[in-house]
Design a protein around this ligand. Structure first.
Ligand SMILES: Nc1nc2c(c(=O)[nH]1)N(C=O)[C@@H](CNc1ccc(C(=O)N[C@@H](CCC(=O)O)C(=O)O)cc1)CN2
Ligand SMILES: Nc1ncnc2c1ncn2[C@@H]1O[C@H](COP(=O)(O)OP(=O)(O)OP(=O)(O)O)[C@@H](O)[C@H]1O
Length: 182
């Protein structure tokens, strides 16, 4: 199956979760992340604003860290300190462009939203290539990244492209998995 068909199927599955399931599974993901060494040892963490029933990490953003959120500017992601939000491209909540920018050198960890991924940590997103382009840059490629998604969206394997970079770990409601054996 091609990426576009997989994307449709998994987005549909996610949207079919009830609000109660979505909230409780999101809460479990937040609890796994809170106690993880990767999060505990990080000072500056990049996250995202939940869109189309992506796992909601807003509870995690109450931890005393520097939290960054993405803003789509043309084909790139700009990262700003989480503060006032506004509706941006695609209707996703984005940080205010006046909020301080986060430089790549400060980033300790990236929480990456996934439509689906495989057990090696290869991910599928919305198809904009934003994270793929980000991780194609050498200074970003070395950053620790955790894919965030629900259990039903983790598969054994799917057809990947040459630009896809594997994540260091994935976190679902059943746990944080960092032994991905790429
Ligand atoms: N919460 C969240 N924020 C995020 C991302 C994300 O995956 N999740 N992104 C991660 O990259 C960026 C936004 N990327 C997006 C890329 C495409 C579409 C989108 O709606 N695409 C159309 C199809 C467009 C086309 O055909 O080219 C669609 O799905 O209908 C939405 C967001 C930055 N912010
Ligand atoms: N390193 C790159 N340089 C230039 N273009 C790229 C790169 N990586 C991906 N792209 C472009 O982005 C498009 C989308 O890629 P893909 O379907 O893998 O996105 P995705 O991983 O689902 O999206 P996202 O990264 O936004 O979550 C591809 O068609 C490709 O043209």
């Amino acid at each position: 199956m091609n990426k576009s068909d997989l994307r449709k199927i998994y987005l549909q599955k996610r949207l079919s979760l009830s609000q109660v399931e979505w909230k409780s599974k999101s809460h479990e993901i937040v609890e796994h992340l809170k106690i993880s060494e990767l999060v505990r040892s990080s000072q500056t963490i990049l996250s995202y604003c939940s869109f189309r029933q992506e796992p909601d990490l807003s509870e995690l953003l109450t931890l005393p860290k520097i939290w960054g959120l993405p803003r789509c500017v043309d084909q790139s992601l700009f990262w700003h300190v989480a503060g006032n939000l506004r509706s941006g491209k695609f209707g996703i909540q984005e940080p205010d462009p006046d909020s301080p920018q986060i430089n790549v050198s400060e980033v300790d960890l990236i929480l990456v939203p996934c439509v689906m991924c495989d057990r090696k940590g290869y991910r599928l997103g919305y198809g904009g290539g934003f994270y793929d382009r980000l991780f194609s840059q050498p200074e970003w490629r070395e950053k620790k990244a955790i894919g965030i998604l629900f259990d039903f969206a983790v598969v054994d394997e799917f057809a990947i492209d040459e630009w896809d970079q594997p994540l260091n770990a994935i976190c679902t409601e059943s746990g944080l998995y960092s032994q991905l054996n790429h």
